[in-house]
Design a protein around this ligand. Structure first.
Ligand code: PMP
Length: 441
């Protein structure tokens, strides 16, 4: 049965999560699971953070909810200001929602309304990449390129096309430098804009480090800068989806800060509430905000729970822990250790083709043959087996079978809490190694 449906028959089919304790989850039978993926890159502070708990206790005594049709609130204003202060250049306004898909939907609609306001109604198309996941609501699903998720719901909303991802391990030619590869693959955006007609293209959307569909694949240096140039050349908005890779996960508050690129919009969620509250945000530039403020004066979008005071207070505590508690440096340090431990364990492994990522956002890609990079037969369900074996060994990780241009591949995404200790890194890699051996046996 689908594990997202609750009630009647669900209990007994899977363990009941009873308690969180730092980097561990504990089930109702007392079994402990090391959280090697933060769920899906959510629990960046671990599971029982004292500062977030205190913030939530304090907030519930004052205010839980006030509808944004009538009020703003202290926690929402504080959160928006702090995000703006620490965001890439040009980001000036924040739209608070309840999760990642909502943030992406808001980005698509804001882009559309922006072009209507400035008198360019013909710009309605979104270009994204084949290797991407942007959420599960209809607009976000249409933007994402993952065939497996899209196919069964086709036809999706029109006007979205997909170009190649920046996927060095599989696509860079032997005779090509990293830089030349980055430019070649970024230039596909220009070709696509010209093919569609620039006057019809509204936005390009991408994750700076691809998460769920790829297993922490960062863009090569220079790729995003070229993307930015192309967007500017044709008046196309650049939307970076940092729902998974944002909020310090890569060692920078926003992943694109490492690439030195300032987008027009950024979406965040997951690590913003860190699992303590459901919250997401769309960050946008001053220019987009002003066009709407001086036009209709009203972004024609909204959800009941946006700007929720409890959710915003949790996010304020999370941001405080990350920025004031020195966690960005810790992510980089522990990320380097995780990378080193993965390389020591799997660097020569016959079935691990690639080890990659940034900060505490890491991935390993499995291959049937290391030399040819041939993938495992999808019927072997290697990713699903790793997930099962790891869980049985007491490790939560995020294996996925990626569908890239119709090609199956298996990878494991790792995104442990930022508080992970050295010994827990060893435990994670040891348990993952056990799971990999059992899955491919
Ligand atoms: N964008 C990206 C990059 C994601 O990884 C996800 C979730 N995996 C989403 C959007 C959707 O977020 P949510 O599940 O909170 O709706």
């Amino acid at each position: 049965m689908n594990n997202h449906i609750f009630g009647r028959s669900t209990k007994g089919e899977m363990p009941v999560a009873a308690k969180g304790d730092g980097c561990y989850l504990i089930d109702s039978d007392g079994r402990r699971y090391l959280d090697g993926s933060g769920g899906a890159a959510v629990s960046c502070l671990g599971h029982s953070n004292a500062a977030v708990r205190a913030a939530l206790h304090a907030q519930i005594d004052h205010l839980a909810f006030a509808h944004t049709g009538f009020f703003t609130s202290e926690p929402a204003e504080t959160l928006a200001d702090r995000l703006i202060e620490n965001a890439p250049e040009g980001i000036d306004r924040v739209y608070l929602v309840s999760g990642g898909s909502e943030a992406v939907e808001a980005a698509i609609k804001l882009a559309r309304q922006y072009f209507l306001e400035i008198g360019q109604p013909g710009r309605h198309r979104v270009i994204a990449r084949r290797q991407s996941y942007h959420g599960n609501t209809l607009g976000a699903l249409a933007a994402g390129g993952n065939a497996w998720r899209r196919t069964q719901f086709a036809p999706l909303l029109a006007d979205t096309t997909h170009i190649s991802p920046c996927y060095e391990y599989r696509d860079r030619r032997d005779d090509e430098t990293q830089e030349a590869y980055g430019l070649r693959v970024a230039n596909e955006l220009e070709t696509e804009i010209l093919r569609l007609g620039p006057e019809t293209v509204m936005a390009f959307m991408a994750e700076p480090v691809v998460g769920a569909t790829a297993g922490a694949v960062p863009a090569v240096p220079g790729y995003l800068k070229r993307i930015r140039e192309i967007c500017d050349r044709y008046g196309v908005l650049l939307i970076l989806d940092e729902v998974m890779c944002g909020m310090g996960r890569t060692g920078h508050l926003f992943a694109c800060q490492e690439d030195g690129v300032a987008p027009d919009m950024i979406t965040i969620a997951k690590g913003l509430g860190a699992g303590y509250q459901p919250i997401g945000a769309l960050l946008t530039s001053r220019g987009i905000f002003d066009a709407i403020a001086t036009g209709t004066g009203f972004f024609q979008h909204g959800h009941t729970y946006m700007g929720h005071a409890m959710a915003a207070s949790a996010a304020n505590a999370v941001l405080g822990e990350i920025l004031d508690g020195g966690l960005l440096g810790r992510v980089r340090a522990q990320g380097d250790k995780l990378d080193a431990a993965l390389r020591a364990e799997f660097g020569q492994h016959a079935h691990i083709g690639d080890i990659r990522g940034r900060g505490l956002f890491r991935g390993v890609e499995l291959v049937a043959d290391r030399e040819t990079k041939e993938t495992f037969d999808p019927k072997r369900c290697i990713a699903a087996r790793i997930k099962k074996e790891a869980f049985a060994a007491g490790l939560i990780c995020y294996p996925m079978s990626g569908t890239i241009d119709g090609q199956q591949g298996d990878h494991v995404l790792l995104a442990p809490p930022f508080i992970i200790e050295d010994a827990q890194i060893d435990e994670l890699v040891g348990k993952l190694s056990t799971a990999v051996e059992r899955a491919i046996a």
